[in-house]
Design a protein around this ligand. Sequence first.
Ligand SMILES: CC(C)(COP(=O)(O)OP(=O)(O)OC[C@H]1O[C@@H](n2cnc3c(N)ncnc32)[C@H](O)[C@@H]1OP(=O)(O)O)[C@@H](O)C(=O)NCCC(=O)NCCS
Length: 380
Amino acid sequence: MAEVSYAKGLEGVIAAESRICKVDGENGQLYYLGYPITELVASCTFEEVTYLLLYGELPNRDQLAVFSAKMRNSRDLPEPVVAMVRDFPASAHPMELLQSVISYVSSYVEHRIHHGPHCNCRDTLHQISEIATVVATYQRVRDGHDYLVPRRDLSHGANFLYLLRGEDPDADEGEMMDKALILHAEHGFNASTFTARVVASTMSTCYCSMSAAIGALFGSLHGGANEKVMDMVDAIATRDNAKEWVNRALDRKDKIMGMGHRVYRAKDPRAIVMEEYLQQLSEKKQDFTYYEILKEVEHAFRERMEEKGKPIYPNVDFFSGAVYRLLGIPTILFTPIFAISRASGWLSHILEQRSDNRLFRPKALYTGSGPRSVVPIAER
Ligand SMILES: CC(C)(COP(=O)(O)OP(=O)(O)OC[C@H]1O[C@@H](n2cnc3c(N)ncnc32)[C@H](O)[C@@H]1OP(=O)(O)O)[C@@H](O)C(=O)NCCC(=O)NCCS
């Protein structure tokens, strides 16, 4: 038998070269194009980081002005797309809506992919800009409101909050939303990004690649951990219940959501930023309920893990759900917000894939039957 190597789930397999993202799990560091995430969050807007992801360098003032104008001019939805959001089955999850909308929006764009390896998706920022408008409009329609024209004078994050609320967010909350989007914009070869690259490798359009990525993100093993963290917080209800709740869950061998990570062996740097945001918002709203419950869970979990000699730390999802809740965002939008943010990372990877393409075509380890003959149906 020929020698084969097999890694279930492709774990540990290097599937491509990439310059985009480095996750240093041992030291708890995350870099986009070499820049530490903490510096990007401290100094940049989501639009600047999107430019970095698409062009490989941070923009100067003039480049950013042109790029921001282009992104902001793409925020508005064509009337048929608004109608689609309005008419979409009320029972559908917003991720299902998003996946369909991206394909629909594609029909408004002239694709040039057949003229060479570089498609025009860097120029058609609709995918990135419109996702935010679609998610907000979905919620507005559910709340009995109608389409609200996006604002061009606000950052990507602040405009999203404006559309959701129907009124200006204050400057701090708008900025916090924008920074939260930076934190989730990119994270290496996760399942949705890999999906986007596999589809891009067939020379399909960037819209098809992104719609496939949205499908991958919808799965509960990828997006959605912060929703589950908030389910846990709701179930615990008060800080005094937290320790017992955690102990009971661990005795049952349940996982504590928002704790641990496949790659980080130190605290997820994004969790550190999110925790600061949660503290700031709790202070501002004078409501520490979520913060106190989460900190109690963290302490109780750490005590139990230390007994086993396993230091496991919070990941970004441990605090992000509570931040979104305090910003007034409903839980069903948490995964769609992940998509709003990750759209930049997906597009960056699609471009990189196209720049040095090779069709993905792994093999399966065949474990099926040996050759056999078809028995006529009358004899089966
Ligand atoms: C992300 C995750 C799948 C990584 O799992 P992993 O690769 O097995 O993690 P580790 O190798 O560090 O786990 C070491 C041990 O700690 C346990 N552990 C890790 N995270 C845990 C958690 N959240 N709750 C309880 N136990 C946990 C593992 O079960 C393992 O125990 P074992 O040695 O007895 O089998 C896991 O931490 C998890 O399910 N976390 C909760 C879900 C979540 O927040 N996901 C979002 C990630 S961004």
